[in-house]
Design a protein around this ligand. Structure first.
Ligand SMILES: [Zn+2]
Length: 604
């Protein structure tokens, strides 16, 4: 039986009302028999509309035609065409087992974002009317629409965060005079539930005109607008992990709250060029960090304090292998190196450079050394996190609880893990993060809020990064070609896809263009700008630590430079905007208690 004999399928899609009228008037009358048998008809179809446009494009995601794998896994098949009573081995009463939600060629399904995540819920079932020529009554299977899916993202908040981010980048670019920040991400998490309230990735695209714009979108190697930077790109975290290093050192008994370690601008003042603090040895003594406590090390983002902790880890745990391993365990407790469980396709899990990876790594294959521990202690070296992971780290520092992140409303089913950390240590870390913003010696005074009732507590990070390759020259025996790609292996792959007659060994691949297009100035380097923070209620001019922090906010600006001076003010703008325009998200405990009892009253 040819499928077309039994199943209708679209031959033309997306007709306008005008086309429909024309076809009904002029074309259908030419095929009266087909029309009478129902073999040719015009029916209504559905089409996605995207009212939130580009602000929500990455989260909502896109549809694509189901590929062969999907169809094979869950096919839509109508059996041979005989009615059930005629199929051998099947009694007339036995209903046919047809998966009405199955896929066949031409079906659309979610390919990215929540469209992908919630495909099974969103997907409806097709219907069918089967008519018989022997006069039996027609058999009907009614179509069923998919279920609605509600996600935790607040669409209005998402729009506003995207706007604030967009404006900040435009302003930054104007003052710099050239395109400096190719991409950025801002994530807002509910600390208590870890519901994602906003997750933006810049630049974005319009889902409505995605098909028309596709070639242009895919060609943009710097902006890479189709990538959701919040989850699909992992970055060196820089100093935003220093609180983890300090918590770890304290809980392992390497320091206590009063321990003072010395920073004279570099780990070895006689070798000021290596293992430097950002306040280098050349500074006058009063400008160096000096003898400082853990809380002061966070406030001043001291590298040397953390280098010393890296040393301590190695000494205490039997050398660099043990030290690096123990530091990696602590990073992992805060979610580095594992998925957040948000469930989005293509999520990266960050990178945890364990001793095993260093020993067996395809590129390195070397023993860990103390320098690794020192670098990981300040978030440099191979450690990498996604912006969503960084937001979860901020929420974990704020609450003491590690939990998975979700886009679903209500996170009750997901495991809460109370981290084994002393309460006094949490207080010191949070006070240090308060000082980062609110103490005269803090690294991010630009994150001070306009509102008296709340403050930001945060950690800045300026994570050094090499320039990104954007174009490669591929040489082979018969000539050469330039190809846009983000890495050497991608360049090879793209080239061979285009010219399958070549093998990888035939090609000599060389990077010829980078972003940014000029090298960093002498003695300086490029860095991504981070600010990882939480909003804390205030009372009487100081943080009310007895009240829980409602929100965690993370800002990442690629090649943004200094986290303290570039990312922190943007974090402040986002926080101020939320407090002004979305007060329901930062309502203090006493207020929500009052509200709760009001509702209790109404219930009775
Ligand atoms: Zn220092």
């Amino acid at each position: 039986v040819i499928r077309e004999e039994r199943e209708c399928h679209p031959i033309i899609e997306g007709l306008s009302k005008r086309d429909e009228i024309n076809i009904r008037l002029w074309h259908l009358p030419r095929f009266p028999t087909l029309v009478r048998l129902g073999a040719l008809e015009i029916t209504d179809s559905t089409r996605r509309v995207y009212p939130e446009g580009e602000a929500l494009a990455h989260v909502v995601g896109l549809l694509a035609e189901a590929d062969v794998d999907i169809i094979e896994k869950r096919p839509f098949v109508i059996d041979s065409g005989a009615s059930s009573s005629e199929i051998p081995g099947r009694s007339p009463q036995q209903p046919r087992r047809i998966d009405w939600g199955g896929y066949r060629l031409g079906d659309m399904r979610g390919s990215t974002g929540v469209e992908w995540l919630a495909e099974d819920e969103l997907r409806g079932q097709r219907g069918q009317v089967e008519e018989f020529i022997d006069g039996r009554p027609p058999e009907r299977a009614e179509p069923r629409p998919g279920r609605d899916v509600a996600i935790s993202i607040d669409a209005r908040l998402q729009q506003r965060v995207y706007q604030v981010l967009h404006q900040a980048i435009a302003a930054h670019q104007q003052t710099q005079g050239w395109k400096l920040i190719p991409g950025a991400s801002v994530v807002v998490l509910d600390v208590a539930t870890r519901e994602v309230l906003a997750m933006t990735s810049y630049p974005s695209f319009s889902p409505q005109t995605f098909r028309e714009d596709y070639d242009e979108l895919i060609d943009d190697q710097e902006g890479r607008p189709l990538i959701n930077r919040a989850v699909q790109v992992q970055y060196c975290p820089g100093s935003i992990v220093k609180p983890i290093t300090i918590v770890a050192a304290h809980e392992e008994g390497l320091i206590d709250l009063d321990t003072r370690l010395e920073c004279r601008g570099a780990l070895h003042p006689d070798r000021p060029g290596v293992f430097r603090c950002w306040r280098p040895a050349g500074h006058s003594v009063p400008n160096q960090h000096g003898m400082i406590t853990a809380q002061e090390a966070i406030r001043g983002s001291c590298n040397v304090f953390c280098y010393r902790l890296g040393n301590e880890f190695c000494e205490h745990f039997g050398g660099p292998v043990g030290g690096v391993a123990r530091m990696c365990e602590w990073l992992q407790r805060f979610g580095v190196g594992r998925l957040t469980e948000v469930g989005l396709p293509g999520e990266k899990k960050g990178f945890l450079p364990t001793p095993e990876w260093l020993q067996r790594g395809p590129l390195h294959s070397r023993q860990p050394v103390t320098a690794d521990a020192r670098n990981y202690a300040i978030g440099q070296g191979e450690v990498e996190v996604t912006p969503l992971q960084a937001a979860n780290i901020a929420a974990t520092l704020a609450s003491g609880d590690m939990r998975p992140v979700t886009l679903r409303i209500g996170n009750d089913g997901l495991a809460v893990q109370r981290l084994p950390v002393d309460e006094a240590m949490w207080r010191a870390i949070r006070s240090g993060m308060y000082d980062v913003v609110n103490h005269p010696d803090g690294t991010a005074p630009g994150a001070r809020l306009r509102h008296d009732g709340f403050c930001l507590c945060g950690k800045s990070g300026s994570a050094q990064t090499p320039r990104w390759p954007t174009e490669f020259r591929v040489r082979h025996a018969h000539g050469e070609e330039e190809i846009e790609a983000g890495s050497e292996s991608e360049a090879r792959r793209l080239f061979i896809a285009k010219h399958p007659q070549f093998k990888p060994a035939d090609l000599d691949v060389q990077c010829v263009a980078w972003f940014p297009d000029r090298p960093a100035e002498e003695g300086r380097s490029y860095s991504h700008a981070w600010f990882a923070a939480f909003i804390q209620p205030m009372s009487g001019g100081s943080p009310a630590w007895s009240q829980p922090a409602p929100l965690a906010i993370v800002v990442l600006l690629e090649f943004g430079g200094s986290g303290g001076s570039v990312a922190a003010p943007l974090c402040r703008d986002v926080a101020d905007m939320i407090i002004e325009e979305f007060p329901e998200y930062v309502r203090t405990q006493t207020e929500s208690d009052a509200l709760g009892s009001r509702f209790d009253f109404l219930d009775r």
